[in-house]
Design a protein around this ligand. Structure first.
Ligand SMILES: Nc1ncnc2c1ncn2[C@@H]1O[C@H](COP(=O)(O)OP(=O)(O)OP(=O)(O)O)[C@@H](O)[C@H]1O
Length: 314
């Protein structure tokens, strides 16, 4: 695998779940194409039933595609050596209740064909906030604690690719922040992150690329900043007393009475030119931001007017 090889590459991926005693099956993926660059933090979003979990399971060889090709880390999901380089947190975790977390992590490590590393497991448990629960049986863990242990298991062996299906499900807001920090650390280490989360704010904070899956197809894909960018419009707020006429001459259009203006600028030079003219006319800039959308609005816009916020956030 060279540095140019995508971490994940699927072409024309189709999956139909056959149903017993029925002629037609459930179509989950209808010809999905996707390329995830190495080292990226990639978010998959889409409404319920779009095919996200089916896609993730296809990446791991858990679901057999009906048609199409899947390449992961330059190989196939069926190859055990490839799977050993992937850390996976499934949507529904099945953990052995009578085991201790260290015994569980040791087994995960063994299944990956790696040498034992008991001190490394204690560090991992500390990293996911479970140091106080090391001696307890997993059966007594809360939902959030189980999820944290699942994340620790996914991190065993410093994987090159982390595939996480709803990683913060059941985790409290403080815990979510800690998980986000861990994911960001992993991406800085060079790991490729593939995240399926219904918490769009989480995807927005962690990911640099996003794909929208709807009805088994990728309907939009790109850099997060490009998807959420509302074109070349900026929002500027000026201190009270700034002259509206001078600001209009500098290229700013008044948006609200409290000093909020819009300005069109396709690049930094144009933006700074407008700001220089405003300042030269005595206006004091208080706040400046791109007039962008959040990921929820992007998803709503992509899904069409019929989609509701509840549907897209589900
Ligand atoms: N084991 C299965 N047998 C039959 N149909 C299935 C199976 N798993 C998923 N499906 C169907 O495939 C479609 C896609 O489901 P999938 O779970 O991949 O979607 P999803 O985007 O992950 O949904 P959610 O956001 O609700 O978790 C749905 O219509 C679902 O009913």
């Amino acid at each position: 695998m060279t540095s140019q090889t995508p971490a994940i590459e699927v072409t024309n991926l189709r999956k139909t779940y056959q149903r017993a005693f029925r002629r037609t099956g459930n179509i989950a993926l209808r010809g999905m194409d996707l390329s995830v660059p190495q080292g990226s933090a990639f978010g998959l979003i889409g409404p319920n039933g779009a095919g996200k979990t089916t896609f993730i399971k296809s990446l791991l060889g858990i679901v057999q595609p009906t048609e199409g090709t899947v390449r992961v880390l330059g190989g196939t999901p069926e190859d055990a050596r490839i799977r050993a380089r992937i850390g996976y947190l499934p949507e529904r975790l099945h953990l052995p209740g009578s085991w201790t977390p260290t015994a569980f992590l040791a087994t995960v490590r063994q299944l990956k064909g790696l040498k034992p590393d008991a001190p490394g497991h204690l560090k991992l448990l500390e990293r996911v906030g479970l140091s106080d629960a090391v001696g307890r049986k997993i059966g007594g863990y809360s939902k959030g604690m189980r999820q944290r242990l699942g994340l620790a298991a996914a991190l065993v062996g410093e994987p090159e690719l982390l595939i996480l299906d709803e990683p913060t499900d059941g985790i409290d807001p403080m815990g979510r922040m800690e998980v986000r920090r861990i994911l960001q650390e992993e991406v800085r280490r060079g790991t490729t992150l593939f995240l399926n989360s219904h918490l769009l704010a989480e995807t927005e904070r962690v990911c640099d690329r996003v794909a929208i899956l709807a009805d088994g197809r990728v309907v939009r894909e790109g850099r997060l900043e490009e998807l959420v960018r509302g074109g070349s419009r900026w929002v500027a707020r000026f201190a009270p007393g700034s002259s509206a006429e001078a600001l209009a001459l500098a290229g700013f259009t008044q948006a609200r009475a409290d000093g909020v203006y819009h300005v069109e600028a396709e690049d930094a030079a144009v933006l700074n030119g407008a700001l220089d003219r405003a300042r030269a006319a005595g206006a004091l800039l208080v706040e400046l931001r791109r007039d962008g959308m959040d990921l929820e609005s992007v998803l709503l816009g992509t899904m069409g007017a019929g989609a509701t916020r509840a549907e897209v956030a589900a």
